[in-house]
Design a protein around this ligand. Sequence first.
Ligand SMILES: NC(=O)c1ccc[n+]([C@@H]2O[C@H](COP(=O)([O-])OP(=O)(O)OC[C@H]3O[C@@H](n4cnc5c(N)ncnc54)[C@H](O)[C@@H]3O)[C@@H](O)[C@H]2O)c1
Length: 291
Amino acid sequence: MSSIKKVGVVGCGTMGSGIAIVSARAGYETYVVDANDKNLSSLIKQSSDFFNKSIARGKMSADQLEPTLHRLHTSTVLQSLSDCDIVIEAIFEDLQVKHQLFEKLNQICPSHTIFASNTSTISITEIAGGSGRDHRFVGMHFCLPAQLMKLVEMSPGLNTSEEAFQKAWDFCVSLGQTPVKTQDTPGFILNYFLIPFNNNAIRMVESGVAEPEDIDKAIKTAMGYAMGPMQLIDLVGMDTQKLLCQAMHSLTNEPDSACPPLVKRMIAAGHLGKKSGKGFFTYKDSKMFGA
Ligand SMILES: NC(=O)c1ccc[n+]([C@@H]2O[C@H](COP(=O)([O-])OP(=O)(O)OC[C@H]3O[C@@H](n4cnc5c(N)ncnc54)[C@H](O)[C@@H]3O)[C@@H](O)[C@H]2O)c1
């Protein structure tokens, strides 16, 4: 049983909003902070839509809706996280920006608070090094979309205490998620596999081998995957895909991990994927949620 009672989430974008939903759904009072007020308003609307779909599909009872929504508290002020037992960071993938945030959190949160980062590519030990509490710092890498995907890759930094890691692990299980332990390396397990796989799909489009629809259809039909690579990349976002490629390529030096030129062109054109309404496919809205 987790000893954690209050959960903080910083960053309410693609990942943070899903993590907040997972936390509130599991019964935790969840305090979400984002620098951008618009993202916080959109969380309330999108989580209500998500939970209503869950009710319609029999995955949640109707009388749970209001209490679950009431467990989501939003603010643009970091101070609102002052009595959280764990704070999960899901802000921009930039070491300096993350250091600045954790320095502030270290002043605000009590000494028992565990800090977790959802980073995909930056070393947990490096982020922890600028936090002022590297012994209570863990990597907690949720998958997109967090409210639907069970996997969480958990990694200790070099100075993470066993006690803090175990506490974060038990908390992850209490969320209803499935943790796996990995070393503190870019890509962890999933992206080590997925980056070259996705890049090969992008290169097929680039060289005219097949259309995105047909690539997804082939992979889903043959391999039983719920989602094809083109749809997945649109969800991940072209900008994030580029960062992931750079990190993996610097680690493995494998040509398959290098960012395909088409990704860079799509970023320049604003075709970031679902969040901008256009990527390999076109979207009527940029909502990232399903039930
Ligand atoms: N997109 C993915 O598929 C994916 C998957 C797993 C992990 N991640 C990781 O999760 C993290 C977030 O990625 P994302 O895709 O959700 O990014 P995003 O750009 O969608 O969201 C980031 C959010 O953080 C907010 N923010 C930035 N700096 C802030 C600060 N100092 N204080 C408060 N709010 C701040 C922004 O306003 C934005 O809403 C990154 O570290 C990324 O590597 C991303």
